[in-house]
Structure formats: C-alpha cells, structure tokens
Write a protein that binds this ligand. Structure first.
Ligand code: ADP
Ligand code: MG
Length: 284
C-alpha cells in the first residue's frame, strides 16, 4: 500500500486509500464491537483518521459511539445497496478524528435486496474504491487512514462483503473454555476467501479479550490460542474490566469514559502494536 497515510493525521500527499480491517469472529460476545469502538478511538487518539463501519444489524457499535437510533438516517444498509456513499453515511463521533457509518435492523434485508445481484459480495469493496476516489478529489480534507469493519456474529453476506473489502482481518478471541471452537472454521473461511473473492486478505492479528489473570482457565486458553496462531497473536491482552462493559451504556468509548482504567490502557497498547505491524506489512 505505497503512499497510504499513517501517523499524525496524515497530509493527503500520495494518498493510496485507507487500510481496511475487518473485525470478525462468527461467535457472538467475544469482543468484536468493543474492539471496533475502542481500537478506533485509540487509533484516532494517536492522530489517525478512522471510520468505523457498523455491519451488525444490532447496531451496537453505533450505540456505543453515541449515535441515537433516530440519528441513523443513512446506514451501512444504504451503502451496501448502493443508495449512499460511505462519506455521505458517515457521522462524526465525540472523538476527534473518529467517524462511524451506523447500522440498524435494516441490514437484515441486505440478503434479499441483493438476491439477484451477481456482484453481491463486492458491494463494500466498490464503496471503499469510491471512497478513495472521492477523497483523492478532495485534497483539502484529511482522508481516512483506517476503516474498521465491525462484523456480525455469522458468516453471511455481510461478513463476506467485509472480507472482500478488507486488506486484513482482526480476530478477537475471548479467553473462555470454548474459545477455539469455531476458530478453525473461521481460519478455513479466510483461506477460502483468499482463494476466491480476495487474494490479498491476510490475518492482521488475533487479540485475546476478556482475560482474567486470576483464573488458570484464562491463562490456559491464552496459551492454546498462542500455540494455534503463533506470532499472529498480539502481545497485548485485553483484560476483563467492568469499566469496559459499562462504557457503551453511556454511549462512550472506554478512553472517554475512564482513560486510566486497565481496559483503556490495553486498547492504547493494542493500537500501538497494530500500527507497528502495519509498518512491517508496508515494508515487506
Ligand atoms: N474487556 C472487557 N471487559 C468486560 N466486558 C467486556 C470486555 N469486552 C467486551 N465486554 C462485554 O462483553 C459483551 C460482548 O462484547 P461485544 O464487544 O459486544 O462482543 P461481540 O461484538 O463479539 O458480540 C458486551 O456486553 C461487552 O460490553
Ligand atoms: Mg458485536
């Protein structure tokens, strides 16, 4: 991705488009949405311009970023069916540099709306291409350097669109007994998508979430996940932290709700690790 902007806000320069990262795991409740919100915030806090794309009909990322249901005038549904661009649908959040394309239950209808459309898995990829074009033609605006896609807990047309549009997948894995169940399925899916829809797709990394250092179970799961994925697993582990769970009900990322808590500090470290890894991808 020569020329892709990173670092402090990014002057447009030779803009090669944002880095697109899908946050995916077909298991529910593993920390996908929490990671999308808080990683997005942490990246924005170090000067990146970030767009979180809510691709879950539950709209939890939108809620957690303070977007009320009535404010979701244009949504990711409109983007997927070609009725809105990503820029038109994006809303500012309380975090400078962090924007969100919200979602609501309309997304459930995407499958039916695109039933007879042969380019169905590529709707989001096309929308990202259009975004790059739009941002190139507006050099006065700072372009997005990251798009983070919050996937639903399933391997449906929404997740396929996310995987086709993405450069890389970030997989949150919850430190609990059934953590590895379904992980090999997700890995197979990523391999299949690489072989068909998107040859460039790579695993950005695997993040261990809701880790409780007091329990041997958490430690064992972390060891197993590291044995399975090797160096793809980030050194940063997100601890189980009640402040992290409370923040969404206030419509705030954890960094705004309680900057000093262990959860905030972990997401800042994760963002640093991800930026570092991105630099290595680019250099490779
Ligand atoms: N580090 C954490 N500590 C405590 N609770 C967490 C943490 N991460 C996520 N949660 C809570 O766990 C639940 C599931 O997380 P969520 O991010 O919504 O998962 P997913 O998007 O994968 O379904 C939510 O209630 C969330 O607030
Ligand atoms: Mg979610």
């Amino acid at each position: 991705m020569a020329g892709y902007v990173s670092g402090m806000g990014g002057a447009a320069g030779s803009f090669g488009g944002p880095r697109v990262i899908s946050i995916a795991n077909q298991k529910g409740g593993v920390g996908k949405t929490t990671t999308a919100i808080n990683l997005g915030t942490a990246l924005a806090a170090v000067g990146e311009r970030v767009l979180v794309l809510d691709l879950d009909p539950q709209g939890n990322a939108s809620t957690g970023l303070g977007i009320a249901p009535e404010a979701r005038v244009r949504t990711s549904y409109d983007v997927l069916v070609g009725e809105s661009s990503l820029l038109e649908a994006s809303l500012a959040t309380a975090v400078p540099g962090l924007y969100v394309v919200p979602a609501n239950n309309d997304l459930v209808g995407v499958e039916a709306a695109l039933a007879n459309d042969g380019t169905r898995p590529f709707k989001l990829r096309d929308a990202v291409s259009a975004l790059i074009g739009q941002q190139r033609s507006r050099p006065q605006d700072t372009p997005f350097s990251y798009v983070l896609i919050d996937c639903p807990p399933s391997l449906n047309v929404l997740t396929l669109n996310a995987m086709s549009a993405a450069h890389a997948v970030l997989v949150p894995v919850q430190c609990e007994f059934f953590a590895l169940e379904g992980i090999s399925q997700l890995k197979d899916t990523i391999d299949q998508i690489r072989a068909t829809l998107n040859p460039q797709l790579e695993i950005q990394g695997v993040v261990l979430t809701m880790h409780d250092q007091r329990t041997s179970l958490s430690r064992e799961v972390a060891e197993n996940v590291r044995a399975f994925f090797g160096p793809k697993v980030y050194e940063t582990v997100i601890p189980r932290n009640t402040r992290v769970a409370e923040a969404p009900s206030h419509g705030k990322p954890i960094l705004l709700y309680d900057y000093d808590c262990a959860g905030s500090q972990a997401y800042i470290r994760l963002a640093t690790e991800i930026i570092e890894r991105e630099r290595r991808f680019k250099a490779a």
